[in-house]
Design a protein around this ligand. Structure first.
Ligand code: AMP
Length: 288
């Protein structure tokens, strides 16, 4: 019998075991939070766990490096995997279950289904990472149906992903409350990310320029600068700081991700750029 206090963390790898556990919690009247991740956990992830803990009686963290959200030339093989260290961090954070399925448990032979969104998936990272958001939407739909949580928490660091997840959850009437959590940053402003591990010492020193540039653009837009002018200045600042190339720096609304035109200042500034072999993304709110 589960007690309301934290027992030690349990790792589950198959869906039946997860379902069984969640059923017993629900029978006992306990609420359940889900926090999906790809592991290599950092303080940003742990913030999500702590918020989940404050909002629900039981917390499930998932660690699954989802192959279907990586393109053929992306970093699936190189993506950092640190399950033992992740386990300790999750245990300390009071998480109850670590769900870490194998790829074949998630995608058995013959798997043929995909959740695809139009609109929100067609801008920013969408065209640059074909199939990425379909992979995210499909795996998160599966995790929602497998765990059947009351709430699920996602970081604003991946703001487009959060918007996509909110959209399909509403469109498909999935009874999960999707909650966004503000980005956790290093002291110098760099958004925490598992991919920051790819940065050399020199690149790590250059990396905060991305955040500095989009913060400056957001401030200028709030003061009335044309969003195209402000984001163009940000692009130049990012390249001047040593970034190799820029995928985008754009000002868009927070709900539909529509481009901001001259005189519009309600939304966020989004950026994606390469520093060495790391593709860094970030976004900030325009506080007007
Ligand atoms: P990932 O393991 O990168 O797929 O991230 C798992 C979850 O943690 C996603 O909802 C991310 O948006 C969130 N996340 C990643 N980095 C941060 C951060 N620096 N601050 C807040 N949430 C984050």
């Amino acid at each position: 019998m589960d007690t309301p206090d934290h027992d030690s963390l349990v790792t589950l790898r198959d869906v039946d075991a997860l379902r069984h556990r969640v059923r017993s919690w629900k029978k006992a009247g306990l609420s359940v939070a889900l926090v999906p991740t790809m592991g290599a956990l950092h303080r940003g992830h742990i913030e999500l766990m702590e918020r989940a803990h404050a909002m629900a009686d039981r917390v499930i963290a998932t660690v699954f490096v989802n192959p279907t959200q990586f393109g053929p030339n992306e970093d699936f093989a190189a993506y950092p995997r640190k399950e033992a260290q992740d386990f300790d961090l999750l245990d300390k954070a009071g998480v109850h279950v670590l769900f870490a399925p194998t790829p074949s448990a998630m995608y058995p032979p013959g798997f043929a289904t995909s959740v695809r969104l139009s609109g929100l998936s067609d801008v920013l990272c969408g065209p640059l990472r074909p199939g990425h958001f379909d992979g995210v939407a499909t795996v998160v739909t599966k995790l929602f149906l497998q765990a059947q949580p009351d709430i699920a928490l996602f970081g604003e660091k991946d703001f487009q992903q959060l918007a996509v997840i909110k959209r399909f959850t509403m469109d498909l009437n999935i009874p999960v409350d999707v909650i966004g959590v503000p980005t956790v940053r290093e002291a110098d402003g760099l958004a925490m990310s598992s991919r920051n591990a790819y940065l050399s010492v020199g690149e790590r020193a250059q990396a905060p320029a991305l955040y500095a540039a989009i913060i400056a653009a957001a401030r200028d837009i709030a003061k009335g600068t044309d969003p195209f002018v402000a984001t163009d200045a940000a692009r130049r600042a990012i390249l001047a700081a040593g970034f190799r190339s820029i995928d985008y720096v754009e000002a868009r609304t927070s709900d539909t991700l529509a481009s901001l035109g001259p005189g519009q200042c309600s939304g966020r500034v989004f950026a994606a750029a390469y520093l060495g072999r790391a593709r860094l993304i970030d976004n900030v709110e325009i506080e007007s």
